[in-house]
Design a binder for this molecule. Structure first.
Ligand code: FAD
Length: 470
């Protein structure tokens, strides 16, 4: 029998996430096994009690915030079960960064790298199909999952392997998912496993996962290149994309391509980072080095490409040694510090977008980001055409303006064939944008699947879809 915690002072610590939403819950449960998760869900299904799964609470969309009912914390399901050569097995509540360090200590590699990886859990990264800078080369979390143990909202335990078919009576949604990096809505699934990746804690609780591992690159070059303006930086990205596609293990073959706009650079300079004069944009890139010989060849290839691409060559940092790596990291880290300082000074939360568009729409989308009516910075995963516009309002009126502008941008991304969420998911804050993107029929198909697996709509109520009687 599971233990219920009903002390409000303990529950209080679990009621918010990185979205700043604040919820309420009557009971906290902390299951220690898959069977216990099953027992709790069966009980809650029978009594129609809403259950919200909570893990690292780094969701930016309110997905982990409960609006009543029970909270199920994953904190006791935190064991690494096995790390082998080709696969690793771990429980859902393991912190992703810690697990990756353990894997890398054995010389193997699990690539998905959300920026929050040291604060977020494996189960949630799978539930949200998280991604990061290395997604440019390795894709999001989805392709790296080989098996899952999932407890459905009725308390059934499923042990699923890649390739297992979806039962024929399940009403699976078929829709035109945008052909970009996306974490919005239920996926168009290839198999049963796919259905539980990216479901944002609404279709099942992931208690254990089998991960595919790959070779750990022995070395990685970090490159910080400054450009006079956005146009030259984007041109370089196009060239780097082509090169990476043509030869993934080549000497000029980025695994990450990250953009920083001129406003980011000003913020970094304000934090004391060395930013060259005349720099209007920058790219942070990573190149994997697979052999000793490749180090010199890769450095040469990157210098040549950057010079040809119009980078401010004298100021480019190619970091292979500790001192240059330090310099590079000091600039990267100065930017979030600068943003946070502004937010605190403004006394208002920021509004950060998570849109992605196809290659050919990148320029048009960037024009729209740059036309934002209030103070902002633009940075992020340009390799996947997935930039974060961070709007930093100073008044309540500006906050409303920022939210309206975000909606305008979301409609634009949809019109350009993009997605309303590339990595953070929909949660409770972006349901209206998901509805615009998928349309009424697909939304209905999502609801049919949800109701089929969760007749009383108990799990992750309020995430992705409007619950009945909400
Ligand atoms: C500073 C910062 C940087 C970030 N950077 C990135 C990034 O680069 N890429 C990215 O993709 N995201 C990023 N995020 C978003 C967030 O970290 C991810 O969505 C992450 O996967 C959430 O993990 P968590 O453990 O904190 O989950 P929580 O926030 O606790 O929960 C998130 C959702 O997952 C569900 N859930 C949790 N555990 C399980 C489980 N075991 N089974 C089923 N459902 C579950 C919850 O119910 C909820 O719906 C960032 C967030 C912050 C604050």
């Amino acid at each position: 029998m599971f233990t219920k915690i009903e002390d409000p002072s303990i529950i209080e610590g679990y009621l918010t996430d990185a979205s700043n939403l604040h919820g309420r819950a009557e009971v906290l449960v902390r299951p220690g096994s898959t069977e216990e998760v099953a027992e709790i869900l069966a009980h809650c299904q029978e009594h129609g009690i809403p259950v919200t799964v909570t893990a690292g609470r780094t969701s930016t969309t309110g997905a982990a915030v409960p609006y009543g009912g029970w909270l199920m914390s994953m904190e006791r399901l935190n064991k690494v079960i096995e790390i082998g050569h080709d696969t690793a097995v771990a429980q859902g509540g393991v912190f992703l960064g810690a697990l990756q360090t353990e894997i890398e200590n054995t010389g193997r590699f699990f690539p998905p790298d959300p920026t929050s990886r040291h604060e977020c859990t494996l189960g949630a990264a799978i539930a949200c199909n998280a991604s990061g800078a290395r997604t440019f080369r390795y894709g999001a979390t989805r392709p790296w999952i080989k098996g899952l143990t999932v407890v459905t909202p009725t308390g059934e335990i499923l042990k699923i392997e890649r390739g297992d078919p979806i039962p024929t009576d399940w009403p699976v949604p078929h829709w035109n998912e945008p052909k970009v990096k996306t974490a919005a809505g239920y996926p168009e699934p290839h198999d049963l496993l796919d259905l539980f990746i990216g479901q944002e804690g609404t279709l099942g609780v992931i208690t254990e996962a089998t991960l595919e591992l790959t070779d750990l690159p022995p070395d990685v070059l970090g490159i910080l290149a400054f450009f006079p303006d956005r146009q030259s930086a984007v041109k370089f990205v196009e060239k780097a994309r082509e090169a990476a596609k043509a030869d993934p293990k080549g000497d000029f073959s980025a695994r990450a391509l990250e953009y920083l706009d001129g406003r980011c650079l000003k913020l970094a300079a304000g934090q004391g980072a060395e930013v060259p004069e005349g720099a209007g944009a920058a790219l942070f890139c990573e190149q994997e080095i697979w052999s000793e010989d490749q180090m010199d060849a890769a450095m040469g290839a990157w210098w040549e490409a950057l010079e040809e691409g119009g980078a401010l060559a004298d100021d480019t940092i190619i970091a292979a040694d500790d001192a240059s790596l330090e310099k590079l990291h000091s600039i990267r880290h100065a930017i979030p510090a600068g943003i946070n300082e502004k937010i605190i000074r403004n006394g208002m939360r920021k509004v950060g977008t998570d849109l992605a568009v196809p290659d050919e729409a990148l320029d048009e989308m960037m024009d729209a980001y740059e036309a934002a009516p209030i103070d902002h910075v633009i940075f992020g995963h340009i390799g996947n055409n997935h930039l974060h516009l961070n709007l930093m309002p100073t008044t309540q009126q500006e906050l409303e303006e920022a939210k309206d502008y975000y909606d305008e941008l979301a409609r634009k991304a949809i019109a350009l064939g993009g997605t309303v969420s590339a990595e953070h998911g929909i949660g409770k804050l972006k349901r209206h944008q998901l509805a615009w993107m998928v349309g009424a029929d697909t939304l209905k198909a999502f609801e049919d699947l949800k109701r089929f697996l969760d007749p009383n709509w108990i799990l992750g109520r309020g995430n992705l879809l409007k619950a009945p009687k909400e």
